[in-house]
Write a protein that binds this ligand. Structure first.
Ligand code: ATP
Ligand code: MG
Length: 388
């Protein structure tokens, strides 16, 4: 069967009016961007749908690209014909004739009420040949295949497949977030979750050369590169925190090292978020995963910032996070063996229930705000871009 179009459906579209229009327009723009290399494919927006006219392109290739666009709940490969009952009959027949099935059901949606045949009449017209020539049986409750016929203003659309999309919202609908990006498994997945919800991200990475190598940085770039599938360009701010880390090691009580380092990271992230118009911070923290991710730790670390911190993976188990990382293609990059500044820095006995009072006491031992000031003056900014 030669499909002519992809039909895209929106999910989570409980919003109405202006928001709905913005949602659909943003999605249209994103779909067009995704297909920009496929010059004969045409994107057509109606009030509640988006169609892609395939023309000379390969429909499976286009479908594959579409499956990575957020805001699409499901999509179908469809055949479009003009609203003529004979054309509809023929297309319905053709759609089923090569299927190895015994039973079928028809679902007719007559969106265009001016179409002269009512739904039942369409079913009668279409079903006859399928029953008599293809010898298929009607089974309304548990058919081997279901054929959908939609009579719309701009044509009749027929299909038998409904494929799950990425879901979420179209990218760009909401404001930006700053993702704290380590080279680990969790933070890229957290970033993906935000992108899926339509939130644009910028990334911040803390490096401590010479304790961390350029290869660790390369890992971060490669991870972000994977995420450019969902957002074509990602701004990456690299912050060199070696001096800060050395000051912590030299001045603070060892079990508090990670807590203090995290508090410094949050402070710096809040500053960078402010400069980049990012409304929230995003981390890959997951409750209980490591010592610094107990609720007490989160409270003590979070206390130094007023910007909201979103933790998309807070309640997700590691096995599930790994599954997601594999699915989006970040896992193999994340497990490359280059040390992150925190790994090197982990004390033998990190405190699992740090208190704000003790953290503040430790921080009085050195002039961290001066160091943060210097650190923020020496940031490096890069853009990670999708392949052209
Ligand atoms: P990940 O797999 O994301 O590295 P993790 O399980 O190793 O997470 P931690 O090392 O405790 O957990 O880090 C918790 C979160 O803090 C990370 O998910 C990330 O958002 C942030 N983070 C840690 N290290 C860095 C870093 N070097 N640069 C930027 N953010 C970091
Ligand atoms: Mg880590």
């Amino acid at each position: 069967m030669t499909y002519t179009h992809l039909l895209l459906r929106f999910g989570e579209l409980n919003t109405k009016g202006k928001n709905k229009i913005e949602f659909i327009r943003t999605l249209e723009k994103n779909v067009k961007h995704t297909l920009k290399r496929y010059t004969t494919a045409k994107v057509i927006r109606t009030h509640d749908r988006i169609y892609i006219e395939i023309n000379q392109e390969d429909i499976d290739l286009i479908a594959n690209l579409i499956s990575n666009v957020s805001g699409i709940q499901s999509y179908s490969k469809v055949v479009r014909v003009d609203k003529d009952i004979n054309l509809i009959k023929k297309a319905s027949f053709d759609l089923l004739k090569e299927e190895k099935v015994n039973s079928f059901a028809l679902s007719v949606q007559r969106g265009d009420k001016t179409f002269p045949y009512r739904s039942l009449a369409i079913i009668n017209e279409v079903a006859t040949d399928i029953i008599e020539i293809l010898k298929l049986k009607v089974n309304l409750h548990n058919p081997d295949i279901k054929e959908y016929i939609e009579i719309r203003d701009n044509g009749a659309y027929l299909y038998t497949n409904i494929i799950q999309g990425l879901g979420g919202f179209p990218l760009g609908v909401s404001s930006k977030a700053l993702l704290l990006m380590s080279g680990g498994i969790d933070s890229p997945v957290a970033g993906f979750q935000m992108l899926k919800k339509g939130v644009r991200i910028k990334a911040i990475h803390f490096a401590s050369p010479p304790y961390t190598s350029d290869l660790a940085l390369e890992k971060v770039r490669d991870l972000l590169k994977v995420l450019t599938l969902y957002q074509p360009q990602i701004k990456l701010t690299i912050v060199n925190i070696t001096t800060l880390q050395e000051a912590i090691i030299n001045n603070c009580t060892e079990p508090y090292n990670i807590t203090i380092l995290r508090r410094m990271m949050f402070r710096i992230s809040q500053i960078i978020a402010g400069k980049n118009n990012c409304k929230v911070l995003v981390t890959g923290e997951s409750i209980g995963q490591v010592a610094s991710q107990t609720l007490e730790s989160m409270k003590t670390i979070n206390a130094v910032v007023s910007i909201p911190v979103i933790r998309p993976l807070a309640t997700i188990d590691k096995t599930e996070i790994i599954k997601q990382a594999n699915k989006i293609g970040t896992f193999d990059i994340s497990i490359r063996p280059y040390e992150d500044c925190c790994t090197i820095f982990t004390p033998l006995n990190p405190v699992t229930k740090p208190t704000i009072k003790e953290a503040e006491y430790q921080e009085k031992k050195f002039l961290f705000s001066d160091i943060i000031y210097d650190v923020c003056k020496n940031i490096i900014v890069e853009w990670v871009k999708e392949d052209e």
